[in-house]
Design a protein around this ligand. Structure first.
Ligand SMILES: Nc1ncnc2c1ncn2[C@@H]1O[C@H](COP(=O)(O)OP(=O)(O)OP(=O)(O)O)[C@@H](O)[C@H]1O
Ligand SMILES: [Mg+2]
Length: 471
């Protein structure tokens, strides 16, 4: 099947880039240097994807986008634009463009976008053979994030819509679900990507040092302050600051943080002058901030200030439809890195992984595969290559008990694990029927709804295909 791509741009370098590079990926590439030429070509040929630069002489790009969408609804349009014309880009998206790429052009992004367009229109060629399955895996990635689960796809959409706005983002998710990776990806896809991405691991810095780490200090402000020190907020000026494990910030620092969130200004410790900063704030936590608020450990006003764009990363056990994809990608990654020709994984090894509950999420999976690739003797990872702990375990084995946590908390975590699993099985069994599940669990439907909300279960997700078809 021949996939056809048209690029409409006055810049000969852009047209050349498409002809040479995109052509090499196996697509047929045509080019046009003006809007009217582009439109004439679109009327003649049924292109799969058309890239349109918004600043065109004669007919402007936005008008062209509208015309293509109107006359050739099956053709996907992608807009090429510079930072300066973001408003025009938003208008073009409204006129029906599928996505946009910013100049300077990033080839990886172009590849991903073409793949997504083809997938959307059902044109993507069927995969076959091992190498194709890795190629297949490629289209489900957003930069370094892997995942095709519907929640991940929603998150990709969010990253796109956050590209040109500076709103504060709060990322929530268990350990190893990719909070750090997501924060980095949001930054590197935003218009701040050429400036710094500064990470502060609030959980790892001793409380007494956190304030000076964040805000800096003046010379002589305390014993040992021998010279002025710039804090992380100043370092992140024009860029993004990533406040990891925000739930661990002590209350007195929270107050100062609130002011930065509201006014984007602060004073260094021991300093009199007020400093203005231009930063995008991304925070992450694996704790439930709302509970911390209820317990008086987290300021409510700060919570609302942070919770502007909340993003919940699902734990791996709730996105098992991604397991094969993740395994495929990680085998590819470590095959190259470790220079060991491992290609596949046996079905029973995969089955064992499907049954496991992955408390360490993607990090645990990645580490396990790296180890399995080192251990395995052949090209095919076997169940035996997977550390024994994970082979036979099911949800009722709770992994290592963390004795550093109070008993109450450990018990709570285990109760949540059981509740989660119990509800999932029962919802599955009754195909998402709230009445039947509530009756069998002997809870009222409000309690059931509350718990489903807590674990992010939606009754629609438990319907079976045959139900959807008949309804
Ligand atoms: N969706 C994903 N696709 C590919 N790799 C992922 C994904 N999610 C996480 N990873 C990888 O897993 C590891 C852990 O991710 P990350 O550090 O972002 O998790 P985290 O949620 O910040 O964990 P923690 O709460 O422990 O800090 C990293 O190596 C990361 O690259
Ligand atoms: Mg992290």
């Amino acid at each position: 099947m021949n996939v056809t791509v048209l690029v409409v741009d006055t810049d000969p370098l852009v047209r050349d880039l498409f002809l040479k590079t995109v052509g090499k990926w196996g697509y047929i590439v045509d080019t046009a240097a003006s809007g009217s030429e582009g439109l004439a070509m679109v009327r003649q040929t049924d292109y799969d994807v058309v890239f349109v630069n918004l600043s065109l002489p004669g007919m402007d790009g936005q008008e062209l986008v509208g015309k293509i969408r109107e006359e050739q609804p099956s053709t996907e349009v992608v807009v090429i634009t510079g930072y300066s014309s973001v408003d025009a880009a938003v208008a073009a998206m409204k006129a029906g463009a599928y996505d946009l790429v910013l100049k300077p052009l990033n080839l990886d992004r172009i590849k991903i976008i073409i793949n997504r367009c083809l997938e959307k229109s059902g044109l993507k060629e069927e995969s076959s053979g091992e190498d194709m399955s890795e190629a297949e895996a490629e289209k489900y990635c957003y930069d370094k994030i892997i995942g095709k689960n519907h929640k991940m796809q929603e998150i990709y959409g969010l990253i796109n819509s956050l590209r040109n706005i500076d709103s504060t983002v709060l990322i929530m998710g268990e350990t190893g679900t990719g909070k750090g990776l997501l924060a980095q990806t949001i930054h590197s896809n935003s218009n701040r990507r050429n400036d710094d991405f500064v990470t502060v691991d609030c959980g790892a810095i001793p409380e007494t040092l956190l304030e000076s780490e964040l805000f800096g200090y003046e010379k002589g402000s305390f014993t040992g302050a021998l010279r002025r020190r710039i804090g992380k907020f100043e370092q992140a000026h024009k860029g993004t600051i990533f406040l990891d494990e925000i739930g661990d910030i002590p209350l007195y620092v929270q107050q100062k943080l609130l002011r930065i969130l509201q006014e984007r200004r602060f004073e260094r410790i021991g300093g009199n002058s007020t400093i203005d900063v231009d930063v995008r704030i991304i925070a992450a936590t694996n704790k439930d901030l709302k509970t911390l608020v209820d317990e008086g450990k987290f300021r409510e006003d700060l919570y609302y200030r942070l919770n502007i764009i909340p993003i919940c990363l699902p734990p791996l056990r709730e996105r098992m439809d991604d397991l094969v994809l993740l395994v495929t990608k990680f085998i590819g990654k470590y095959r190259d890195k470790l220079k060991k020709d491992v290609r596949t994984i046996s079905q029973d090894a995969l089955n064992a992984m499907m049954r496991y509950h992955w408390p360490g999420n993607i990090r645990e999976l990645e580490n396990l595969l790296e180890r399995a690739i080192i251990m395995t003797l052949g090209k095919n990872i076997q169940k035996i290559d997977i550390p024994g702990e994970r082979r036979n375990k099911d949800i009722y084995s709770f992994g290592k008990i963390d004795i550093n946590q109070p008993l109450k908390q450990v018990k709570q975590q285990i109760i949540e694990q059981v509740e989660r699993k119990y509800l999932k099985e029962l919802l599955n069994h009754h195909r998402g029927s709230i009445n039947l599940v509530a009756r069998q669990a002997k809870v009222d439907s409000k309690t059931l709804y509350d718990k489903m909300k807590k674990y992010n279960y939606h009754k629609e997700d438990f319907k079976r295909l045959d139900q959807e078809e008949s309804s």
